[in-house]
Design a protein around this ligand. Structure first.
Ligand code: HEM
Length: 535
């Protein structure tokens, strides 16, 4: 019916009979022409030659030729589901309004529809879901004030703290530009020159780098945001999703066994649990800090390579999310979904976290390229509320975002001729004051190794063993300049970590142990592999 009201893009209505012998199931072209022959192209005689005016064939094949859009430059492999978020109305025993005026959190029991996309990061759209990688955890809340996207990962920290480094980080983890294989040497060449990544390494190369599936993993906003109350006052906030199904991770060996049989296991697990009514749930918790620099801490609260210690900044539950509906069409809902850190509602704000600011440009920029200028008109991305803008046209403009009684001649503002009007201000803006020198410099309180060492010691024995084994596997055939630096960085975090890595590498190089986190292939191609095998 052309209104596109259904979220899935499916469910458009048809007349039951539109022409002689035609009904709703009759195959047509996109022009609505009933298709009487979908088996044969039009030819001179039944052996050919073909003619070029065959519209139905050309429409079909040229649409097929355009079926793929660019995949996400990161997080290409994913799975999604619809659900609902239910607010608790309080935080830490107090009304939540004390800290944020965001409407979706206010009343106990208030429900907001959500769409979630989980993903792996580094590899392409059909790569195995058993790979060592952070997992994406992106949530779109369709609130009454418009959309809020919370674009997070399963792990609570990140490799880098400055957006300038992101393309280099990702290049080092993507396949080698010459032979198209991911290598441990390239990953650790970057990391060994990026000491702030050690906290992430302590997680990622342990079993925490391979969650067993998407249901049994945590989520985290990673970056620091702000909450703003009705007075315009702000606090710093970090978000965490805690799975009510528990957490389950895999060793490299367990992951390999699954991968040998099934490289879609996480997608399958999510879809099948929802299909049978076993709906996964997560509790949303926040950590809150007053909005200042906190010189008393040995880390910077805006540094996304750090966690905020739970004993000082407890996890405070604010609501619960249930995923209860599978997509009807993967492409329309999951592939074309577009999340971004800039998508906040009133009562939520950015902090000065410079990674967050860099990310915020990147998401909508890539989506205008990946999905198209009018990506926000697609049902999966459009808010489930009134949208009225003076933005017009562009590729694939599907409708005009106007108000019902708007004078459609007036696509500008201000106007006296019944155009759109600015929304009335209901509460004061949060207006932080800035004074400082413009510069390009890293932060002062880097403290790159302390929390990484703590994480190493917090691991259980089997997790530490797996961490060492995986690092040895990825570094055995790497250039010594890279592996020596890694031993040094691990030693800085915890001498035991450095010692065990050095011993593991020595044994592997002398051929005493062959095992290890082998999914990175050998570092320098078949020659190096042959040499390693010969020694
Ligand atoms: C996806 C950029 C850091 C989580 C993406 C995409 C880009 C991007 C370009 C593809 C988006 C699309 O095609 O729709 C960046 C930049 C970063 C950064 C420039 C740092 C400066 C992070 C961090 C996290 C994260 C720290 C975790 C908190 C995600 C997730 C997705 C994603 C979950 C997939 C969203 C989806 O399912 O569609 N990122 N990213 N990114 N990023 Fe980031």
């Amino acid at each position: 019916d052309g209104t596109g009201t259904a979220v899935t893009g499916a469910g458009t209505s048809h007349d039951s009979r539109t022409a002689d012998g035609e009904n709703a199931q009759t195959l047509t072209t996109r022009q609505g022409h009933p298709l009487t022959n979908n088996q044969n192209i039009r030819t001179i005689g039944n052996r050919g030659a073909a003619t070029l005016e065959n519209y139905a064939f050309i429409e079909k094949i040229s649409h097929f030729d355009r079926e793929r859009i660019p995949e996400r430059v990161v997080h290409a492999r994913g799975a999604g589901a619809h659900g609902v978020f239910e607010a608790y109305g309080t935080v830490g025993g107090e009304p939540i309004a004390k800290y944020t005026r965001a409407k979706l959190f206010q009343e106990k029991g208030k429900q907001t529809p959500v769409f979630v996309r989980f993903s792996t990061v580094g590899h392409g759209g059909h790569s195995p879901e058993t790979l060592r990688d952070p997992r994406g955890f992106a949530v779109k809340f369709y609130t009454e004030d418009g959309n809020w996207d919370l674009v997070g990962n399963n792990l609570k920290v990140f490799f880098i703290r400055d957006a300038m480094k992101f393309p280099d980080l990702i290049h080092s983890q993507k396949p080698d530009p010459v032979h198209n294989r991911q290598t441990g040497e390239r990953i650790f060449d970057f990391i060994s020159n990026t000491p702030e990544a050690m906290h992430m390494v302590a997680f990622l190369f342990s079993p925490w780098g391979i969650p067993a599936n998407y249901r049994q993993m945590q989520g985290s906003g990673v970056n620091t945001y702000k909450w703003v109350n009705a007075q315009g006052e702000a606090v710093l906030v970090k978000y965490h999703w805690e799975p009510l199904q528990g957490i389950k991770n895999l060793t490299a060996q367990e992951a390999e066994a699954i991968q040998a049989k099934n490289f879609n296991h996480a997608t399958q697990d999510l879809f099948e649990h929802i299909a049978k009514g076993d709906f996964p749930q997560w509790e949303l918790c926040v950590q809150i800090m007053s909005d200042d620099e906190h010189p008393e801490l040995d880390f910077d609260p805006l540094d996304d390579t750090k966690i905020w210690p739970e004993d000082q900044f407890p996890f405070l539950p604010v609501g619960k999310m249930t995923l209860n509906r599978n997509p009807e069409n993967y492409f329309a809902e999951v592939e074309q979904s577009a999340f971004g850190t800039g998508v906040l509602v009133d009562g939520l704000d950015f902090s000065d976290d410079k990674m967050l600011q860099g990310r915020t440009f990147s998401y909508s920029d890539t989506q205008r390229y990946r999905v198209g200028t009018n990506y926000l008109q697609l049902p999966i991305n459009a808010p489930k509320k009134h949208v009225a803008t003076n933005q017009r046209d562009g590729q694939m403009a599907y409708h005009v975002d106007s108000a019902p009684d708007q004078n459609l001649h007036i696509n500008y503002e201000p106007s006296s001729l019944n155009g759109l009007k600015e929304a009335p201000r209901s509460a004061p803006d949060h207006m932080p004051e800035y004074k400082g020198r413009l510069m390009k410099q890293t932060i002062d309180r880097q403290n790159n190794f302390k929390q990484a060492g703590e994480r190493y010691r917090l691991h259980e024995d089997w997790e530490r063993d797996d961490l060492i084994n995986n690092m040895v596997g990825a570094l055995t055939n790497a250039d010594r300049r890279v592996s020596d630096k890694m031993v040094e960085l691990c030693t800085n975090c915890d001498p035991d970590w450095g010692r065990r890595l050095a011993e593991g590498l020595e044994q592997a190089r002398s051929g005493k142990t062959a095992e290890g986190g082998n999914q990175y292939n050998e570092a320098r191609g078949s020659e190096a592999v042959a040499q390693a095998e010969a020694t």
